[in-house]
Design a protein around this ligand. Structure first.
Ligand SMILES: [Mg+2]
Length: 183
């Protein structure tokens, strides 16, 4: 049993932990789901197992709820339990006037009702526009689109472990994290 004061990592799915595409890439997929070819970001399962030792974990994607639940079931190592797995129905649509579309934003204040405090939540996402109301909690990650040499999850693990005991993650300057640590 982990102490209750563990930081909660809220992980995005698409382009953060994996890449899924209707277009088959020039490398072998990890699995197929409906019309999608799904490619794990390198070191994905190691990352989840390692983070599970130090943090509480959750998934929050702005993709369709069924897709999210089905894919998460495929990537979750046996030792890992997520606090929650949320999809688009938990996001808040916000009009983007510049592009005339909607952004499905992730508002971390929704987690307060679940007993998580904002000082102890980090959201890992490749889409700043979905988390901009909580940028103080965000660790932005470069999007993964199928590069088999990608070592971002290794570097991210190092970085996150280095701040795992923070009393208030919002006071930490997290921009540029990728360049602060070496592998
Ligand atoms: Mg994403």
């Amino acid at each position: 049993m982990k102490p209750a004061e563990n930081i909660l990592l809220v992980l995005d799915l698409d382009e953060t932990l994996l890449h899924s595409s209707e277009k088959k890439l020039a490398l072998s997929e990890d699995f197929q789901y409906a019309e999608y070819y799904v490619y794990f970001r390198p070191h994905l399962q190691w990352f989840l197992e390692e983070m599970n030792l130090h943090f509480s974990l959750a998934i929050w994607s702005s993709a369709d709820d069924t897709y999210v639940n089905d894919l998460v079931a495929k990537i979750t190592p046996k030792t890992v339990n997520f606090e929650f797995i949320w999809g688009k129905s938990r996001c808040t649509p916000r009009r983007n006037y510049e592009f005339g579309n909607y952004v499905f934003a992730k508002h971390l204040k929704k987690l307060k009702k679940k007993g998580f405090s904002l000082e102890k939540i980090l959201i890992i996402d490749d889409s700043p526009e979905k988390t901009k109301d909580n940028y103080g909690n965000a660790v932005y990650i470069t999007p993964f689109e199928g590069n088999r040499e990608d070592v971002t999850l290794k570097k991210l693990a190092n970085y996150l472990i280095s701040i795992k005991d923070a009393e208030n993650v919002r006071t930490i300057e997290k921009r540029g994290w990728l360049h602060k640590n070496t592998l």
